[in-house]
Design a protein around this ligand. Structure first.
Ligand SMILES: C[S@@+](CC[C@H](N)C(=O)[O-])C[C@H]1O[C@@H](n2cnc3c(N)ncnc32)[C@H](O)[C@@H]1O
Length: 352
């Protein structure tokens, strides 16, 4: 039994059930025993999954190019800053700082992550600052970036019973085994989101509702900086997400590059993640005042950002370093790798 499982049993001694969002929050973010709690885990070949950041420095260079474009659109203001949330071990920050002269602001609530980032980025001195939440971000001209952040936010699980949406909540049996039980939706916010889901679904259709990602989007829109927001993650549009064949939802557990749906096992030792409902995320951002400027498969969006760089290579035999960058370009943009499963959404943002 993992420490998180024991913590859940202690809680379930006082409460009849817990929402899956409460379980996921603990399993990922408990400061001592959560998957993301004690410090940044290794991402990439020796970790549990790859991200665009772990592919190599080209991703940061392409985002530095985007930052340059946004800065120019704003009239090259002094103090233009790249803001990052979910900076993890500071790798993307290092890549963007190396590829640009912009200042950098990291939104990092976990002091252990901040300590790791400070060490990794120490050579950039005063160019890098930290705040612990979006409300601490000052009024700055900026490009905000985040890679694979909302997919790591807690989700509620709901099931269609042929007539209504019910919530799947976590219960424990007398022997301490965890399982799901049906109950009414646990909050008016969840009921309001469930009311937007289709109803012509088969009995037992199960999916997730990411209230935390929508709250984060509203908080991001309300934060004081202005400029643009770049979000990259995996997910679907409304019709793709609620397709008949996706009847068990997208919530998955990741460990050592293996994914499965045994989401109540190995709690705290495995990543838990759900696909983004991009249609709802974009609607929420626009309702909160941001304006969509792009929404595309990552391959297409990053492919276009990389065109000026590719043009500089024409007619020249690439050296070993350039060949490595070209391999990264291929991994980031090719549909069979990260190009199609990931999407990028970019907004223009006024001060909140
Ligand atoms: C899937 S990892 C992605 C890490 C990195 N961005 C990358 O792409 O390699 C998710 C990250 O989100 C971070 N995270 C989750 N909620 C956060 C929040 N509210 N503020 C800042 N980081 C957060 C976690 O600590 C973790 O580092």
């Amino acid at each position: 039994m993992t420490p998180i499982h024991q913590i859940l049993l202690d809680r379930l001694a006082s409460f009849p059930c817990l929402t899956f969002a409460e379980v996921m929050e603990l399993a990922l973010y408990h400061p001592e025993h959560g998957y993301y709690g004690p410090g940044p885990r290794r991402i990439g070949r020796s970790g549990d999954f790859y991200t665009a950041v772990s592919v190599g420095p080209l991703y940061g260079r392409l985002l530095a190019t985007l930052a340059g474009q946004v800065c120019e659109e704003l009239g090259n203001p002094t103090g233009f800053t790249v803001i990052e949330q979910a900076a993890h071990d500071g790798q993307l920050a290092e890549d963007i700082l190396e590829a640009s002269a912009f200042d950098y602001l990291i939104v990092e609530p976990n002091p252990r992550y901040e300590a790791v980032q400070r060490e990794k980025l120490s050579r950039f001195g005063g160019r890098v600052r930290w705040v612990s939440s979006l409300t601490g971000v000052p009024d700055l001209p900026a490009l905000f970036v985040c890679n694979e952040l909302p997919d790591a936010m807690p989700v509620h699980l709901v099931r269609w019973n042929g007539e209504a949406w019910l919530e799947l909540q976590v219960v424990a049996d007398p022997a301490g085994a965890l399982s799901f039980a049906h109950g009414p939706l646990s909050s008016p916010e969840l009921a309001a989101e469930a009311a937007l889901l289709p109803r012509d679904l088969t009995d037992g259709y199960t999916t997730e509702i990411g209230l935390a990602a929508l709250d984060w989007m509203r908080e991001l829109a309300a934060s004081k900086f202005h400029g643009a927001v770049f979000i990259a993650d995996y997910g679907f549009d409304h019709d793709e997400l609620y397709a008949p064949e996706r009847s068990t939802g997208t919530l998955r557990r990741y460990h050592a590059h293996q994914a499965d749906d045994r989401v109540l096992e190995g709690l705290g030792e495995c990543d838990l993640t759900a696909h983004i409902h991009f249609t709802r995320l974009i609607e929420t951002a626009e309702a909160a005042g941001m304006k969509q400027r792009a929404y595309e498969h990552q391959g297409r969006y990053l492919g276009k950002l990389g065109l000026p760089w590719l043009a500089t290579l024409e007619g020249r035999a690439p050296d070993a370093a350039t060949q490595a960058l070209l391999r990264q370009y291929h991994s980031l943009t090719h549909p069979a790798f990260l190009g199609r499963s990931f999407r990028t959404v970019v907004f223009n943002k006024q001060p909140g």
